[in-house]
Write a protein that binds this ligand. Structure first.
Ligand code: AMP
Ligand code: ZN
Length: 452
């Protein structure tokens, strides 16, 4: 079946054609590990996971890489503020990020790439850019000359004729679309960088952020890849600069399909650390909202639509998920996948990941009076290959009357058990008991019921 995806490059829905038959290569711009990820970041990471699952569902082999930005302006600044070395800081937040992926049932990409482990490759390609005269040296670093790049800014639809030619170059990794400028590939060592630097033929220093993704993507997945994803804020300057760097080095197309996910907003504003309007997965758990309820909520909006966070909506999503798990738990084994439903599900996900429609279809299936219960179970389990709601291993509920917070506590206990944190798991079981419910561990997973 055809897969249609929206390519930001053409601003159109396109039929996907892989570079290599039966294989899809994809690179995801990952987190900058200087702080705890917020649920806005995780919306984007769930989107990446859906892209991967979409292709797996369609029988593709996956070559998948995601970077961990463990050296840049922000990580260095934070390590200085906290007076810890860079590695100690970034390892802590990398672990937090990976635990978050597990809690949200986001499959870990085959290649998780730390920028600090690919600096040699960055140095190599900056050397080529210097040789080709696309990059030049100044007193504080190596810069890419955007004048030397044909079609610079095409991805973000920049109109360079309007840009102010008298502008200086920019050393910061982040700047706005109204100010396209020559940007830093390499930043020469400053006292603020402390011990974070590498020796190179063109001077001691550290990489700029944009070169990191170009170097890692080309090194691990090849000079041209099928798909590159990120949040919509990365279109400019990050992805624009990645294209400029990579294509200037190879003379080949860097990425065939660009996919961008929209933001979570709070009262209409982007959820962001700088705005202090963000929530973490722990904040949700404190309000008894489980990570998988958050995942369910994120499936109810299309990945290209901004979505406003409200507690009401997320709690409604949790109620819906608990109902789904409750009904699923009553369905017997031994059925087969209903092919007509499978085809319709496949159409939903292949239509640029129409997950809201896929969720609606799941409910239609559960309520269908014609399909037998055992087949419903098999079919929903097949859908769950993409939905990723862990329907088969979620704590089962003995009745659909189990309150949401008990379900969330049970999920938190499962998470603690999977992390072998037995003390926390016992405390959570105790808490569930105090609230009048019992967890039974059975060979088919755990079952929650009201205490006798
Ligand atoms: P960062 O760790 O800041 O580099 O961000 C990691 C990813 O999260 C990037 O792809 C961002 O585009 C994305 N992101 C940041 N804020 C939000 C938000 N409010 N909603 C959705 N995605 C976001
Ligand atoms: Zn990137």
């Amino acid at each position: 079946m055809e897969i249609k995806i929206y390519n930001t490059s053409s601003r159109k829905i396109e039929t996907f054609e892989p570079l290599k038959k039966g294989v899809v290569s994809m690179y995801h711009c990952g987190p900058t590990v200087y702080d705890t990820p917020h649920i806005g970041n995780y919306r984007t990471f769930i989107f990446y996971d859906l892209v991967r699952r979409l292709f797996e569902y369609n029988g593709y082999k996956i070559a998948q890489a995601m970077n961990i930005t463990d050296v840049d302006d922000k990580t260095i600044k934070r390590s200085r503020e906290e007076a810890v070395d860079l590695k100690t800081l970034t390892s802590k937040y990398e672990k937090m990020f990976l635990d978050g992926l597990d809690a949200l049932n986001i499959k870990r990409p085959e290649h998780i790439l730390r920028a600090t482990e690919y600096v040699d490759e960055m140095i190599r390609i900056i050397g080529i850019l210097l040789e080709k005269g696309v990059a030049y040296k100044t007193s504080d670093g190596i810069y890419l000359s955007i004048d030397k790049v044909p079609n610079y800014g095409a991805l973000a639809h920049l109109d360079l004729s309007k840009s102010d030619q008298s502008q200086e170059r920019i050393a910061n990794d982040e700047y706005d679309k109204e100010n396209p400028r020559d940007f830093a590939l390499w930043k020469f060592k400053t006292p603020d960088d402390g011990p974070v630097s590498w020796q190179t033929p063109f001077g001691e220093g550290r990489p700029g952020w944009h070169i990191e993704c170009s170097a890692m993507s080309m090194k691990v997945l090849g000079e041209t890849i099928d798909i590159h994803t990120g949040g919509v804020d990365l279109l400019f300057p990050h992805h624009t600069n990645e294209i400029a760097q990579s294509e200037s080095v190879t003379g080949k197309q860097f990425v065939r399909y660009w996919m961008h996910g929209a933001f979570i907003t709070v009262d209409g504003e982007k959820m962001a650390k700088s705005k202090r309007n963000f929530l973490k997965l722990e904040d949700l758990l404190e309000q008894s909202v489980s990570p998988l309820a958050y995942r369910y909520w994120s499936l109810t909006a299309h990945y290209r639509s901004p979505v406003n966070f409200t507690w009401e909506a997320i709690k409604a999503a949790q109620t819906a998920l608990i109902r789904m798990i409750g009904i699923f738990g009553t369905l017997p084994n031994g059925g087969v996948v209903n092919m007509s439903y499978k085809e319709r599900f496949n159409e939903c996900v292949n239509d640029d990941l129409n997950m809201p429609k896929a969720i609606a279809l799941s409910w239609e299936l559960l309520k269908d009076p014609v399909v037998i219960d055992a087949d419903k179970r098999s079919t929903l389990l097949d859908f769950d290959l993409v939905l990723g709601l862990r329907l088969d291993s979620s704590p089962k509920v003995a009745s659909v009357e189990i309150p949401a917070e008990i379900q969330a506590l049970a999920e938190a206990r499962e998470l603690a058990r999977s992390e072998k944190d037995w003390q926390k798991a016992d405390a959570l079981r105790q808490e569930i008991g105090n609230r009048g419910f019992v967890i039974d561990d059975t060979p088919n997973g755990i079952v929650i019921r009201q205490a006798d």
